[in-house]
Ligand binder design. Structure first.
Ligand SMILES: Nc1ncnc2c1ncn2[C@@H]1O[C@H](COP(=O)(O)OP(=O)(O)OP(=O)(O)O)[C@@H](O)[C@H]1O
Ligand SMILES: [Mg+2]
Length: 292
C-alpha cells in the first residue's frame, strides 16, 4: 500500500493539512509500477469519502490486483485534460473503461473560472489561502486540487439526486476518475453540439435535469451543448466543478439564467418548438423558489 494512503484522514471533501502534505510529497517516483499496465489501480489510495456513492456499480473494477492502462487523451482543455483509462485485472476479463479528468497545476495558466467562483470557497487553512492568493506553484497545485474536490463532490451529490451524470469513481489529488461515457470499445459519446437526432426528447431530458437541480437550489454554472454528452439517446451532464448555489451565491440567479438561455437558445435554433429561454428561466426560478 502506498505510504501516503495510510495517514490521509479528513472530513468529507474538505482540503486540509493532510492534503497539503500529500500534494507536496507525492511524486511519480513514490509509486512503484506494476509488471503490466501503467500503474497499479489507484482504488485503494482513496478513502471511503473519496470514492463514489455506494453501492459501487457492478461494472466497476475494485480488485486490488487491477492495473490502470492509459489508452490516450480524450480532450485537452484550458483547465484540465481528460484521459481514457482501462482498469482491469491482468489475465481475467474483469475490465472497465474510465475517464480520468486531470486538473492542470504545473502549467502557467489561470482558471478563467477562478475569480468569480472561488468566492466563498476559501478553505480554513490560512497557509493554503495565502498560497492560492499568491498563485505560487504550490498555490496553483492547491487550486487545481480544490477544483477537483469541487467537481467530485458535485458529481456525487447529483448522482445521488438522480441527475444523469457519469458515476464518480474516485478522487486522487488533482485527478477525478469517472464512468467513461462512450462505447465499450472506447469511442467517446458525442457532445450535444454534434447531435442532430432525437432533439425533442433530449430537450425534455435536459429540462427534467435542470428542474431537479433548481429544486436543490443549484445551477450547473457552465451549461452548454459542449458540457452535455449523448449516449444511446440519453443525455449526460458533465463538467461540474463550478456548480452554483443560486440562493447563497451573491449573483447565483444570473448563473441559472445564463445556463437556461444557453441551452434553450441552442435547442430553439435547432427547431425544437418547446424550447424557449424565457419560459425555461421562469420555470427554473419558480422551482428554485426565487422571486420572478
Ligand atoms: N466521463 C466522460 N466520458 C467520456 N468523455 C468525457 C467524459 N468527461 C469528459 N469527456 C470528454 O472530455 C471533454 C472535456 O471534459 P470537461 O468538459 O469535463 O472538461 P473541461 O476541461 O472543462 O473542457 P472544456 O474546457 O472543453 O469544457 C468533454 O467535452 C468530453 O468530450
Ligand atoms: Mg467542458
Amino acid at each position: 500500500m502506498p505510504k501516503h494512503s495510510q495517514h490521509r484522514r479528513r472530513g468529507k471533501y474538505a482540503l486540509d493539512a493532510d492534503d497539503l502534505e500529500w500534494l507536496e510529497n507525492t511524486t511519480a517516483e513514490t509509486l512503484d509500477g506494476p509488471p503490466e499496465g501503467d500503474r497499479w489501480s489507484t482504488w485503494d489510495q482513496s478513502t471511503p469519502t473519496e470514492k463514489g456513492p455506494r453501492p459501487h456499480p457492478g461494472w466497476l473494477v475494485t480488485e486490488l490486483a487491477a492495473v490502470d492502462t492509459e489508452l490516450g487523451i480524450l480532450k485537452t482543455g484550458k483547465e484540465a485534460d481528460v484521459h481514457l483509462i482501462s482498469r482491469g485485472v491482468p489475465g481475467t476479463d474483469r475490465v472497465c473503461l474510465l475517464a480520468a479528468k486531470r486538473y492542470r497545476s504545473a502549467q502557467h495558466r489561470l482558471f478563467h473560472r477562478d475569480a468569480g467562483y472561488l468566492e466563498g470557497r476559501r478553505t480554513r487553512d490560512d497557509r493554503m489561502n495565502r498560497a492560492m492568493a499568491g498563485r505560487t506553484a504550490f498555490g496553483k497545485q492547491a487550486i487545481a486540487a480544490q477544483w477537483a474536490v469541487a467537481e467530485f463532490s458535485a458529481l456525487c451529490r447529483l448522482y445521488e439526486l438522480g441527475v444523469p451524470v457519469p458515476y464518480p469513481v474516485q478522487i486522487v489529488g488533482t485527478e477525478i476518475l469517472q464512468e467513461f461515457i462512450g462505447t465499450a470499445d472506447g469511442y467517446a459519446a458525442p457532445r450535444l453540439a454534434q447531435v442532430t437526432e432525437g432533439l425533442d426528447d433530449l430537450w425534455e431530458q435536459l429540462v427534467a435535469a435542470m428542474v431537479t437541480l433548481a429544486r436543490e437550489g443549484l445551477a450547473h454554472g457552465d451549461l452548454s451543448p459542449y458540457n452535455l454528452l449523448v449516449r444511446d439517446g440519453r443525455l449526460m451532464v458533465i463538467d461540474l466543478p463550478q456548480i452554483v448555489d443560486v440562493i447563497a451565491h451573491p449573483t447565483g440567479p444570473s448563473f441559472l439564467d445564463r445556463d437556461a438561455r444557453n441551452v434553450a437558445t441552442w435547442f430553439a435554433a435547432k427547431g425544437v418548438h418547446a424550447a424557449d429561454p424565457d419560459t425555461l428561466t421562469t420555470l427554473l426560478h419558480k422551482e428554485a423558489g426565487l422571486h420572478p
